[in-house]
Design a binder for this molecule. Structure first.
Ligand SMILES: Cc1ncc(C[n+]2csc(CCOP(=O)(O)OP(=O)(O)O)c2C)c(N)n1
Ligand code: SF4
Length: 280
């Protein structure tokens, strides 16, 4: 019997060199993702990265898995579609805070509630990087950007709080400069059977370099946080004095695919053919 060598980090790297600025936080997210995939031995031909548009959305080019670079703000519907058509695949939706909380914000509540088994990684740099530095929904109040030269007027959105409120079954926050924890969170998010939302603080060194401001991070996993306690998860998400990192919430709930299968017991194989046969 032929012995198959285990996949290494190198196997997940594509031949395309990342085009990000030197020092961009997204490099840390990419490296942690390679490590997480190698740790899980995910097969290249059964893994797909789906993105929208933005610097962070270039991610699929740098992976040797399958990838789909979609439209701005549409990574979530595309990724859910891929998963429903091919449930055997491990599917990721990746992109930036502009992509997911601005133009694509309408998809987030439904993706959280629907609970399709995909992993979402939002590289949050609180700025529009690709278009050269405009305010995003997570920009801080007072933040000076190309589109708010006198300072942003609005309070920032809180992605972790949003995902908790929308009913996501797995919610975490990580930091691109803390690669070990980030790798572990990605592994746990993929293992989770349902919609997993991971916000990754991933500074844009060109237009909003917050690396120095993110020193006061606290690992809630070290504090014996019970991830099934939604009230404490919300309390930790709302804490402003420090930046909490870790798995805020994780609960077992049937995925959309599982729920659907119970509605069509005579066709327990859930795939696109179920629909196509029906309408032929
Ligand atoms: C429909 C549409 N509207 C606007 C744009 C212009 N645009 C491209 S990327 C982007 C925002 C990028 O910010 P973010 O999603 O946070 O990603 P980052 O570049 O910071 O990683 C915008 C507004 C576009 N490509 N398509
Ligand atoms: S502009 Fe910002 S987000 Fe885009 S690659 Fe450069 S550092 Fe990264």
């Amino acid at each position: 019997m032929a012995v198959v060598a285990p996949l290494t980090v190198k196997d997940y790297k594509s031949s395309v060199k990342p085009t990000w600025c030197p020092g961009c936080g997204d490099f840390g997210v990419l490296a942690a993702t390679y490590k997480a995939l190698a740790q899980m031995q995910l097969s290249l031909h059964e893994t797909v990265f789906v993105s929208g548009i933005g610097c962070s959305s270039r991610f699929p080019y740098f992976m040797s898995t399958y990838g789909l670079h979609g439209l701005h703000g549409r990574s979530l519907p595309l990724a859910q579609g891929v998963k429903l058509a091919h449930p055997e695949l491990t599917v990721f939706a990746v992109g930036g805070d502009g992509d997911m909380f601005s133009i694509g914000a309408g998809h987030l509540p439904h993706a959280c509630a629907r609970n399709v088994d995909i992993t979402t990684i939002c590289m949050d740099n609180s700025i529009y990087g690709l278009t050269k530095g405009q305010t995003s929904p997570t920009s801080l109040r007072g933040q000076k950007t190309k589109s708010t030269p006198y300072g942003a007027i609005l309070e920032p959105m809180n992605p972790v709080m949003l995902a908790l409120t929308y009913g996501a079954s797995f919610v975490a926050r990580a930091y691109s400069a803390k690669p070990q924890q980030l790798t572990q969170i990605i592994v746990e998010a993929v293992k989770h059977k349902g919609f997993a939302f991971v916000e990754v603080l991933s500074p844009c060194v060109e237009f909003n370099n917050t690396f120095n401001q993110l020193d006061a991070v606290v690992d809630i996993m070290d504090e014996n946080h019970d991830p099934t306690d939604i009230e404490r998860a919300m309390h930790l998400a709302l804490t402003e004095a420090k930046t909490n990192l870790g798995i805020f919430y994780k609960v077992e709930r049937p995925s959309y695919e599982q729920e659907f299968a119970t509605l069509a017991p005579e066709k327990s194989e859930f795939n696109l053919d179920t629909f196509l046969n029906k309408y032929e």
